[in-house]
Design a protein around this ligand. Sequence first.
Ligand code: DGJ
Length: 736
Amino acid sequence: MMKKTLFAALVACAIGGSGVVSAEDVLISTRNTSLLLRAVEGEPLKIAYYGTLINEAEVAQVWQSGMAFNRPAYPAFNTWPLDEAAIEVEHADGSISLELAVVSVTREATDNGEVVRVLSRDKAYPFEVTNCYRSYTNSDVIEVWSEISHNEKKGDVKLAQFASAYMPVHGDQVWLSHLHGCWANEANLFEEPLTAGMKVIKNRDGVRNGMSDMPEVMLSLDGKPDELSGRVIGAALCYSGNYELRIDTDIDGKYLHHFLAGIDETASQYYLKAGETFVTPEVAFTYSEEGKSGVSRNFHNWARRDGKLHNGTALRDVLLNSWEGVYFDIDTERIVKLIQGAAELGGELFVMDDGWFASEKYRRMKDDAALGDWTVDRQKLPDGIQPLIDEAKKNGLKFGIWIEPEMGNWKSSELYDKHPDWFLQYPGREPILGRGGTQMVLDLANPEVQDFVFSVVDNLMTDYPEISYMKWDANASLANYGSPYLPKNRQSHIYIEYHKGLRNVVERIRAKYPDLVLQACASGGARAGYGTLPYFDEFWGSDDTDALQRIYMQWGLSMFYPAAAMASHVSTVPNHQTGRVVPLKFRFDVAMQGRLGIEMRPSDFTPEELAFAKQAVTDYKRLRELIQQGDLYRLRSPYEGKGDVASLMYVSPDKQKAVFYGYKLKHFAGHTVPPFRMAGLDPNKNYRLHELNVADDGMKSMEGAVISGHLLMTNGIKLVLGTEYSSRVFELTAVE
Ligand code: DGJ
């Protein structure tokens, strides 16, 4: 073991620069936040502080104030103070003891921050953990993850618990905000005070980890969460597979919340070979004193500018998707009509959804056959896909296509006939069947299956290099927990190997097709998440396109994901999921919060509606940079108060432009709509209001008004929102 002095010298030399406060205190800072560790050689790594930016002089003061957490940064099972563990292992000789002690600290600058790595070793076994911290200076995000390895001679080490990160949080009034939902009702916001005991947020779908709970939370430190003020910590687990977030609240004399996040360990014990490194997914932490919207803005900036959303700063096209227009009833004539309609509306991209493929034996007439057989159905499209791409091009549109490459139809696809062993299954048992009563998940642990999934994209791109967009769907759970590929005694690796396999595939796709736009879809919004988005340009938020319900879901999604990533489509009425009839204006006003699309037959529009829709698309294109790249301020929550109004706005970083949205969700006679106060503007600037999507209901009262940012943010505006599902959208431009 190194001598303390030598260790100190090594740390100091490795640390260098402004982060050195003592050889043992490791201060990691972004523009507005700091995280403080204490790394003493031979002792467990400690976490002391996470919150507002502190300077070097304040490091000692954190300790003096009595507020330092002084807790293990990565608590091992059965080590003092015996709280929830981040790691529990069984060594090759059967012992489950573990005492991690710091060996070294390294720091390395990156383009947008730095990476700090703290290596700890077990005192008794050749077993190591490196706790890693990557800071992003401008977006105020610090990612935390762990790398686990060993060199034990007697065999594999079993990892029973392997969290990515642990974070203590102080306070007796901490509130949790998190998202929960189900198919067609994803990402609803739930908020509750943290009380004594354990709160667990988890997903065990195996494939689609946004189904039910979602792997992100906010913790408001000053009581009931507010959108625009108060100290809030955000945490997002960057993983596409099963996960567990635990918050253990300990009120025994301290009010300390222990937050742990990582891969869910259920049926996932991992047998680690000597010399192999198990790398956990990252947890992205951020902190803001500007309330929940402040945390959202940090995540949005990190996604767009720090590589967590593929091509995050590129502007997204307005598209028309065929699904709700024709469902599986694809034929050349219908598709050509949709393409021409999309062009007339001012769209830029046409996407042909499910239903275009078949094999000799099986056809995709509904969801129970041909999945996995990625050749064109010549009965539906006798001349194939190329004439459709040409038609799109002739109309000035790009072309996109739907795929679902991780799955196949059991006994009703050629894929199954040829490769039954590519399907995950329990040997000797009847399979649990998914969508259409036949759908099952492929065994992505198998490299041959990975090659197949890659080839679905690669073959299409080779045959039709002009395809510019793919909607990548995933509509079944990992229900048959048996991998024909993995050895019998390593079946507990299935959930993890599935997602490693998926990641290998998408990394290969990205290396070869960096510009192909990919949409992550999973029975709607179940793949919105930062495990997926580094490889995907956007996600489909929900199969529910009802504008009213979308207000709630998009509010939830906006907590963590930027508008650039959130596909939001105008569909027909009565809505196919809820039967609700809402005005076209309301549908556009809601869809224009995100990446605008259309998901209906344009031929269903009346001439007046068509004119309205064309103008809305034109305005959206003019404003899309502001919407997709602007700073989000959520103003009035549909989840709060009487739940009768909602509003939000996007502001350009230079505060020259903004777009404001106000919605009425419920209407009662004699009911007053409260004033809407804006946020994020420059109080010293005057803004001209221009109303968008004006419907013929005499609402133009505020057109051209010039109002100061100061007044807009303190006194607000009074909107005429006469009936249920009425809405107003204003473009604000700073004037001299
Ligand atoms: C589920 C998706 O969420 C829908 O948008 C659509 O693509 C269908 N799958 C197609 O089968």
